[in-house]
Design a protein around this ligand. Structure first.
Ligand code: 13P
Length: 339
């Protein structure tokens, strides 16, 4: 591994005004998204949709990188270029999801551990040959009665560190994603406690496995009230609680923090990022790596109909631009009214 190259890719992914588009939905997940808009999920419909997203004019002003799924990195645009090449040609860094999903954790009902370490070294080498320069691995931590357990946090943190180390060996920047889910009726304080504990465990394991943090990015959840909590924290409270939690747990050598949206509305995910960046400089760049919060409106506008392509691209570009503005705390509600 050349740590200078990894660090420079990590910094490019969190360049000012830009963030990451997560388009790495697995076949079952994209199937769910397509079902919601009445579109059958086939290899061709998935290819057509991703081609549409990646052809969005001007996207590169606000999108530094795109995370692909295994099927997608093997697919080509109509002009014959592989998608990773399409992205790289316009200055967008291709990335790849490399975990194989969160599976039930034996002995711990209701908890999951993310799999995908077996054979990972060979898969990473193949993905790098196909043009990927960064990778993603998502661990899932649920909050509930008596959970998360130490066992769940420990197993996931260890797997994340093993993955990150293999990525650096292969010359890929690992995005380390421990997602504490927003499902449930827990308070924002409980989310802060679990997120803080998870992040401390993850950084302990990354240290233990010898991962160079300068060549990594963190993709955490924001600290939020549970979706069903009657007392929903305000945008400013979420911003303050998230920053407090991150400052206690994330070393300053990490170049950037790229939040997931996790089921927040597109507009709220932007407002939260904006509020954090409005609080002034932090030890790390604060950016986005949104899936749903970038694609929700574009998917709806598309509806599986090629004729709606430019409306879908406009919707994606608009959300990318709003989040680009949120990188510097200069997003305003008036930007939403503009469309
Ligand atoms: P969401 O922004 O939809 O949570 O997706 C981000 C992601 O990549 C989850 O792994």
């Amino acid at each position: 591994m050349n740590i200078a190259d990894l660090a420079s890719t990590a910094r490019a992914l969190v360049a000012k005004g830009k963030g990451i588009l997560a388009a790495d939905e697995s076949a079952p997940t994209i199937g769910k998204r397509f079902k919601a808009i009445g579109v059958p999920s086939t290899e061709e419909s998935r290819r057509a949709y991703r081609q549409l997203l990646f052809a969005t004019e001007g996207m590169e002003q606000f999108i530094s990188g795109v995370i692909l799924f295994d099927e997608t990195i093997r697919q080509r645009a109509d002009d014959g270029r592989p998608f990773a090449r399409v992205l790289a040609d316009r200055g967008v860094i291709p990335g790849i999801k490399v975990d194989t999903g969160a599976k039930p954790l034996a002995g711990f009902a209701g908890e999951k551990v993310t799999e995908g370490l077996d054979g990972l070294r060979d898969r990473l080498a193949e993905y790098r040959d196909m043009g990927a320069r960064f990778a993603k691995w998502r661990a899932v931590i649920a909050i509930g009665d008596g959970i998360p357990s130490r066992a769940c946090i420990g197993a996931n943190a260890h797997a994340l560190a093993r993955y990150a180390s293999l990525c650096q060996e292969a010359g890929l920047v690992p995005i380390v994603e421990p997602e504490v889910l927003m499902d449930g009726s827990h308070t924002i304080e409980r989310c802060a406690q679990v997120t803080g504990g998870t992040l401390r465990a993850v950084y302990g394991q990354l240290y233990g496995q010898g991962v160079d943090l300068q060549g990594t990015l963190l993709k955490p959840n924001m600290v939020l009230s549970g979706k069903e909590c009657p007392d929903q924290a305000s945008v400013d409270e979420v911003a303050a609680a998230t920053l407090e939690c991150l400052r206690q747990a994330v070393p300053a050598s990490v170049p950037g923090i790229v939040f997931l949206s996790g089921g927040q509305s597109s507009e709220l995910a932007t407002a939260h990022l904006n509020a954090m960046n409005a609080l002034g400089d932090q030890p790390w760049e604060l950016s986005f790596s949104y899936g749903r919060a970038l694609q929700e409106h574009a998917l709806k506008a598309w509806g599986g109909n090629a004729e709606n392509g430019s409306a879908a691209q406009q919707a994606l570009r608009h959300r990318a631009e709003c989040n680009g503005a949120a990188r510097s705390g200069s997003y305003t509600e008036a930007m939403e009214a503009a469309v």
